[in-house]
Design a protein around this ligand. Structure first.
Ligand code: NAG
Ligand code: NAG
Ligand code: NAG
Ligand code: NAG
Ligand code: NAG
Ligand code: NAG
Length: 939
């Protein structure tokens, strides 16, 4: 009894503690779930088996749903919207709590409306339409990957191979249309585009004739990359017709969405004739990571089907869908919720009696079950079963396979995480994501034509027809491009040679024919030529066409093959042969300084020499002449006067060096002045041209006219058009225009024969010449590459040298002012010479002072006159003017004192009798006799 009460208490306690959760509504014995698929399709057949297997596994597993059995109700929806809808209504009357499926996107769109009303979650394993979102289909959950990612993968492949335009062949239903729309967006992000959309009607009876119609149209197009997004039945027809039309090969590229891989996986080996129709096709397959569970399931699959039907990726997704549901339902029941349905009062209110619509019930726990499904975090056969906030499976990834022979090669993987790779995406998730183009890799692909060389991806439209290339018929500057006389469509010249050389570098032939543009009497208008391309009259234009904004707006240009830019040319004339040309090498200041320094050097030498050197003595007049003569004769190193003193020699040698430099500079400068030409026009460049109001010449047809008028606002009346270089020269010479504005290449050619004109100022626009193509023409980038190759290997320069001679005139650009020599260039020399002079003079002056000091101290002098200042000055003059022996002689004289040897001395002695008797006369050098004071100082 006690035991019984204890038990009772425990039961009560537990029921209170658990809040009636576990014990309340006892778990239902079975729960209905529906499955909607198209059992006549490959995916449907596989999915049916997979779903049944999954339900069996769940029912046999005791750890999940603890006793509650899943009761699977199969529905064959026949891939049609209407029948699928009816099917769904029937399910709803059978009180299903969830639907696995529908398989097709079309049915999903319709059924999701019913599901949303009745709150029955739908777990679709194969409806990949990216427009089925959580907003428009709140109870729709996709357990596989949206086509959004598949289309990004295809766009990445197209980008990887560098194709720019593709053709989309698709079925025009929700699946095809919305998938291709996603592809369009993904391509636009990669600067590519869908060139043409070829749609099949959504009817199930697409006939061979219909497919033929569509493909013949595709055959006419220039793009050769085809993305095939259809159903397996239509796809099979398409390949059959394509191989009949020889579209499997011939540079075609076929990229198929994952419908093809599911067919190949489920029906392999396919008959070899079917495989050969699909040789070289690239196909995508939803990537499922390798795992033990997956391998076990595959071997189990083989045992079940006995090889009659291969497993494909959708089978795995279908299997996982059941497990996602079972897990969510288990949790739902664990939450203490019960499976209950209630009548839809709104339907009842309609009184639609005949249809038995009142039998449809709303699943009360639908929202809770949906939330449980979205919270799923399991490991399934297809990888981690987990949804992000947008209800996408995490880590979408695809395998990229290449159908070859009777099987396929795996050429790589695509993952949303890191793009294209050759290693499985699972290994990439451990590394940081890297979508950079350098990180994108694929193995070699064997294309439909059997080679591994990447197809170009496009051909010329209507192959066989030649490209019509417009060429200007020039009447001047024919070196650039001109029609071979006597022919209609043969052209020669620099531009034509460059074009031919570039075309030869392309890896494919470009059949073309030149068509002349212009009347042959004057140069054609190049803007009109460019407009002809935009209007479709020409497929390209080759010639000296400047790349300017107004033109790049309507056509595509290649990279420039010749640099160009507008230049100003003005007349030029020699201006240096005047009578006074010899004066021009030095500036007037320079001349002044030179004259002064010649006189100065004469004076310095005279100061240093005249006391000891007879050459510098004599009457004042004679001395003045000597000073001038000596100074200027150093100019030619022809001075006859001997220099005796060390100081004078030192000064002289420095001076002679200065003279040497001056004469050689003068010679050099005069030479250049006499040979260099000087601009005689007031035009110094575009700015002075703009402000002047003289007429300006331009080349007829060139963009220069428009540029001058529209950009520089020069009035039209000032512009004069010319047709040929001869007209340029004539007009410039006769002053009809003050300058000519034209592009650099023409000007260079013009100046190569005309030497009296010169480029003034800088190039004021920078542009180039290119070949023009219609917008988005695939030839333009290929030719650009070819032109760059030509420029890098030097061929461009060789063609240039062949046609265009460089100028034979000297194009010395040094301005006149710079060839005149300024004082500042010689300042150092003059400074050096000046310093030496000053030092020499200073030394000389000190000596004189010294002597003067002694002389003025002698009693003879102190006894003398009253006016001492006057007397001092006189003494100084005498000391300076006095004749003195050179030091060597003086030494000799000291040795034999009192016995004068030369006449001068005798004369002095005679003139200075008093001093010889002075007491200080015995004091060596200071002996006034030796100092030789002149008598004039003492009288
Ligand atoms: C238990 O289930 C009944 C109906 O079966 C319900 O009325 C009741 O609220 C439930 N109790 C709890 C605690 O959920
Ligand atoms: C299933 O496909 C076969 C041929 O593959 C066809 O004969 C049959 O009519 C199809 N059945 C349905 C219901 O579509
Ligand atoms: C039963 O289900 C659980 C997950 O709920 C799983 O871990 C276990 O492997 C399953 N057992 C069998 C025999 O499949
Ligand atoms: C399963 O249900 C039984 C009663 O039906 C219960 O005894 C058992 O504890 C349950 N197991 C789990 C894991 O919930
Ligand atoms: C294959 O299936 C049979 C029953 O159809 C079963 O007896 C056998 O064990 C299975 N073999 C494997 C390897 O699963
Ligand atoms: C795919 O990648 C983009 C960015 O690369 C990211 O924003 C998006 O969330 C990814 N999607 C999934 C499902 O991982």
């Amino acid at each position: 009894m006690k035991v019984f009460w204890l038990h009772l208490l425990l039961i009560c306690l537990s029921s209170v503690l658990l809040g009636g959760v576990a014990n309340n509504a006892s778990r239902p014995a079975s729960v209905n779930i529906g499955a909607l698929f198209h059992s006549n399709s490959t995916i449907g057949k596989v999915a049916k088996i997979a779903i049944q297997e999954a339900v069996n596994d769940v029912n046999l597993n005791s750890t999940i749903l603890n006793g509650t059995k899943l009761n699977l109700i199969l529905g064959d929806s026949v891939c049609s919207g209407f029948l699928g809808f009816i099917q769904a209504m029937q399910f709803m009357q059978k009180e299903v709590v969830a639907v696995i499926g529908p398989q097709s996107s079309v049915v999903s769109h319709i059924v999701s409306l019913v599901a949303a009303e009745l709150k029955v979650p739908m777990l679709s394993f194969a409806a990949t339409d990216p427009t089925l979102t959580r907003f428009n289909s709140p109870f729709f959950i996709r357990t596989s990957n949206s086509d959004l990612y598949q289309m990004i993968a295809i766009a990445d492949i197209i980008d990887y191979f560098g194709w720019r335009e593709v053709i989309a062949v698709f079925i025009d239903d929700d699946y095809g249309r919305n998938g291709v729309a996603a592809l369009d967006d993904a391509l636009a992000d990669r600067r590519s585009k869908i060139f043409y959309k070829a749609a099949f009607p959504p009817e199930s009876d697409v006939t061979r004739a219909k497919v033929m119609d569509v493909l013949v149209h595709v055959l006419m197009l220039e793009s050769r990359v085809i993305v095939l997004h259809v159903t397996p039945d239509i796809g099979r027809l398409v390949f059959s017709v394509a191989s009949y039309l020889e579209m499997m090969g011939n540079g075609y590229v076929w990229i198929s969405t994952d419908w093809l891989s599911s067919v190949v996986d489920s029906h392999s080996p396919l008959p070899s004739e079917r495989m050969s129709e699909m040789h070289g096709v690239l196909a995508l397959r939803q990537h499922t990571p390798d795992s033990n569970a997956k391998r076990a399931f595959i071997s189990r699959w083989k045992n079940i089907t006995r090889g009659s039907l291969g497993l494909n990726a959708y089978g795995l997704y279908a299997y996982d869908s059941v497990w996602i549901f079972a897990q969510a339902l288990d949790e739902f029941l664990n939450q203490g919720r019960s499976i209950s349905f209630s009548a839809d009062l709104r339907v009842r209110a309609l009184h639609a009696t005949g249809l038995h619509l009142e039998a449809m019930h709303i699943f009360d726990g639908g929202q809770a079950l949906l939330n449980n499904i979205l919270r799923t975090d399991l490991m399934g056969l297809t990888g981690p079963l987990k949804f992000d906030t947008e209800r996408s499976r995490v880590h979408p990834a695809y395998d990229i396979i290449n159908l070859v022979g009777n099987g396929y090669l795996q050429v790589g993987y695509w993952s949303n995480y890191s793009g294209l790779s050759i290693v499985p995406p699972e290994t990439l998730y451990r590394m940081p994501p890297n979508r950079s183009s350098a990180n994108q890799h694929l193995h070699n692909v064997i294309w439909p034509d059997g080679t591994t060389g990447k197809p170009r991806g496009w051909v010329f439209p209507n192959s066989g027809k030649q490209l019509k290339i417009g060429v200007p018929i020039r009447v001047s500057f024919k070196e650039f491009v001109s029609r071979v006389s006597g022919t209609n469509d043969m052209f020669k010249g620099f531009c034509i040679d460059v074009f031919q050389a570039a075309i030869n570098l392309l890896p494919y032939p470009v059949p073309h024919q030149f068509v002349g543009f212009g009347d042959g009497s004057q140069n054609p208008n190049y803007s009109d030529l460019v407009n002809m391309i935009a209007a479709g009259n020409f497929d390209a234009a080759v010639g000296d066409i400047a790349i300017v904004t107004s033109r790049t707006k309507i056509v595509d240009f290649t990279q420039p093959y010749a640099s160009s830019g507008l230049l100003v040319v003005a007349p030029f004339k020699k201006k240096n042969s005047g009578a006074w040309a010899f004066l021009r090498p030095f500036t007037p200041t320079m001349w002044g300084v030179i004259v002064v320094s010649f006189i100065a050097i004469g004076v310095v030498i005279w100061v240093l020499e005249h006391r000891i050197n007879d050459d510098f003595r004599g009457s004042p007049r004679r001395q003045c002449i000597t000073i001038l003569w000596f100074g200027f004769s150093t100019l030619t190193f022809s001075h006859k006067e001997n220099t005796v003193s060390c100081l004078a020699r030192m000064v002289l040698i420095i001076w002679l060096f200065v003279v040497l430099i001056l004469t050689s500079s003068y010679t050099a400068s005069l030479t250049s002045i006499l040979t260099v030409q000087q601009l005689s026009s007031p035009i110094k460049g575009i700015d002075s041209l703009r402000t002047s109001d003289e007429p300006i010449g331009y080349q007829v047809g060139s963009f220069a006219q428009r540029y001058l008028m529209e950009e520089l606002h020069i009035h039209e009346s000032r512009l004069v058009g010319f047709n040929s270089p001869a007209e340029y020269a004539d007009a410039l010479r006769h002053g009809r225009v003050c300058a000519v504005v034209d592009e650099r290449p023409y000007i260079e050619l013009f100046l190569s024969s005309q030497c009296d004109f010169r480029i003034v100022g800088q190039e004021f626009t920078r542009s180039g010449w290119g070949f023009a193509f219609p917008r988005d023409s695939p030839l333009a980038p290929d030719l650009t590459t070819a032109i760059l190759k030509l420029s890098e290997n030097g061929d461009l320069q060789r063609i240039h040298d062949k046609w265009l001679t460089t100028s034979s005139c000297s194009q010395d650009n040094t301005e006149m002012e710079s060839s005149q020599l300024h004082l500042r260039s010689f300042l150092g020399l003059f400074l050096l010479c000046g310093i030496v002079c000053v030092i020499a003079l200073a030394i000389c002056f000190i000596r004189i002072c010294h002597q003067f000091h002694h002389v003025s101290r002698t009693p003879v002098i102190s006894e003398a006159r009253s006016s001492s200042i006057l007397r001092h000055l006189q003494t100084l003059r005498c000391v300076i003017d006095e004749k003195k022996e050179p030091s060597k002689k003086r030494k000799k004289t000291q040795d034999s004192e009192g016995s004068p040897t030369d006449d001068d001395r005798d004369e002095e002695h005679r003139r200075t009798p008093k001093r010889q008797q002075s007491p200080t006369s015995m004091e060596g050098e200071d002996n006034p006799r030796q100092l030789g004071i002149c008598p004039a100082c003492l009288t």
